[in-house]
Write a protein that binds this ligand. Structure first.
Ligand SMILES: Cc1cc2nc3c(=O)[nH]c(=O)nc-3n(C[C@H](O)[C@H](O)[C@H](O)COP(=O)(O)OP(=O)(O)OC[C@H]3O[C@@H](n4cnc5c(N)ncnc54)[C@H](O)[C@@H]3O)c2cc1C
Length: 301
C-alpha cells in the first residue's frame, strides 16, 4: 500500500490554493481497527500534566491523510444509552508520508484529561483510554477529518504558526513535511509555541526534540512558557508581541498563511497583536478578508 502523498510541483504562488485533503473514508458508523505500535510519555513521570506520543499502524487500511487533518477515535464500550461512544478528534502529528521509520505509522499527541469538580475527580473518557493503550492493542478510528487546516500547495508560502499545548501536534507534521524539501525550495516557518514549562514543551525539549532537530535557516521557534519563571507569565501572544519581527517580514512579503491550533480562546490574544501590527483602523477589514480567503485558519478546542 502506498501511503505517501507526494509533494506536488509548484504551479503558482497563490497561497490560497491548498493541497487536496483526502475525504473522510472511514465514517464513525464504519470505522476501522488499527494497531498500537508505541505509546510513550512526552512529559516527565513526576510532572502534573501527562501528554503522550501514540503511534498507530495503518497497515492494511486505506487510510490517507494530510498534515493538519484530524483522526477520530472511538473509545471502547457504550454510553449511557447503550450506543457506541461518540468520536473524539485528535490532530494527526505526522507528515502525510508517515513517520520517518515506517510510512504506515501515524502519530497522535494526546493529553490525559483529568480535572477536579467539587470533591470529585473527572477523567476524560477517550484521552484516558488512549493514554493507557499498549503496543499490540487495537484502536477503532475514523476519518480523516477536516479539509481546511491543511498546507498550501505552493511550498514557498510563509507559514505563521501559533500553537498552545497539544496544538503543536499538526505543526510537527508541517515541519516534517517541509523538512523533506531542499531549503531553497521552501517557505519560512515561524512558530510561536506556548506551554506551561519546558517539561510540557513537547517535541521541543530534552525528552523529545523532533522540532528542534528540524530547525534550520528557514524555521524559527519562539517559545512562551507561562509557568517556568515565577512572576513571568509568558503566553503565546506575549511572545508574539515581544518578537513580531518574522511575522512583520512575512506580511511585507505578502505570501503567507496564518494557522492557530490549541486552547480555545488563544486566538483572541494573537488577534490583538495582529491588530497592533496592521493598525487599529484597518484590522477589522483585514481580519474579515483573511477569514474569507482562508488566510486565517484556526483549530481551537
Ligand atoms: C479538531 C480537534 C483536534 C483535537 N486535537 C487534539 C490533540 O491533538 N490532542 C489532544 O489531546 N486533544 C485534542 N482534541 C481534544 C479531544 O478531541 C478531546 O476533546 C479530549 O481528549 C477530551 O476528550 P475525553 O474523551 O478525554 O474527555 P470527555 O470525556 O469528552 O470529557 C471532556 C469534558 O470535560 C470538560 N473539561 C475538560 N477539561 C476540563 C477542566 N480542566 N475543567 C472542567 N472541565 C473540563 C470539557 O469541557 C468536556 O466537556 C482535539 C479536538 C478537536 C475538536
Amino acid at each position: 500500500m502506498e501511503l505517501s502523498v507526494p509533494m506536488e510541483p509548484v504551479t503558482n504562488s497563490n497561497p490560497l490554493e491548498r493541497l487536496e485533503a483526502p475525504p473522510m473514508l472511514y465514517k464513525p458508523s464504519s470505522p476501522v481497527e488499527v494497531t498500537v505500535v508505541e505509546n510513550v510519555r512526552l512529559t516527565p513521570e513526576d510532572y502534573s500534566e501527562e501528554i503522550r506520543h501514540i503511534v498507530l499502524d495503518l497497515k492494511g487500511t486505506d487510510y490517507r491523510y494530510l498534515e493538519g487533518q484530524s483522526m477520530g477515535v472511538i473509545a471502547p464500550g457504550e454510553d449511557e444509552r447503550g450506543k457506541p461512544h461518540r468520536v473524539r478528534l485528535y490532530s494527526i502529528a505526522s507528515p502525510a508520508m508517515g513517520e520517518p521509520d515506517n510510512p504506515s505509522h501515524v502519530a497522535l499527541c494526546v493529553k490525559r484529561v483529568v480535572f477536579e469538580e467539587g470533591q470529585e475527580t473527572f477523567y476524560g473518557l477517550c484521552s484516558n483510554y488512549l493514554c493507557d493503550v499498549k503496543p499490540g492493542d487495537k484502536v477503532t478510528i475514523s476519518g480523516p477529518n477536516g479539509k481546511r487546516f491543511v498546507m498550501p500547495r505552493d511550498p514557498d508560502v510563509d507559514l505563521l504558526l501559533f500553537a498552545a499545548g497539544t496544538g503543536i501536534a499538526p505543526f510537527r507534521g508541517f515541519f516534517m513535511r517541509l523538512a523533506g524539501l531542499p531549503v531553497e525550495e521552501r517557505s519560512n516557518i515561524v512558530l510561536y509555541y506556548g506551554s506551561r514549562r519546558m517539561e510540557d514543551h513537547v517535541y521541543y525539549n530534552d525528552i523529545n526534540n523532533d522540532l528542534g532537530n528540524l530547525l534550520d535557516s528557514k524555521n524559527v521557534i519562539h517559545s512562551a512558557l507561562s509557568r517556568q519563571d515565577p512572576g513571568v507569565k509568558m503566553h503565546v501572544q506575549d511572545r508574539f508581541r515581544l518578537e513580531p519581527g518574522p511575522v512583520e517580514e512575512a506580511l511585507k512579503r505578502g505570501n503567507f498563511l496564518v494557522y492557530i491550533c490549541g486552547i480555545k480562546g488563544m486566538e483572541k490574544g494573537i488577534e490583538d497583536v495582529f491588530r497592533q501590527i496592521i493598525g487599529e483602523d484597518s484590522w477589522d477589514a483585514t481580519k474579515q478578508e483573511w477569514r474569507e480567503k482562508t488566510i486565517w485558519n484556526q483549530e481551537v478546542y
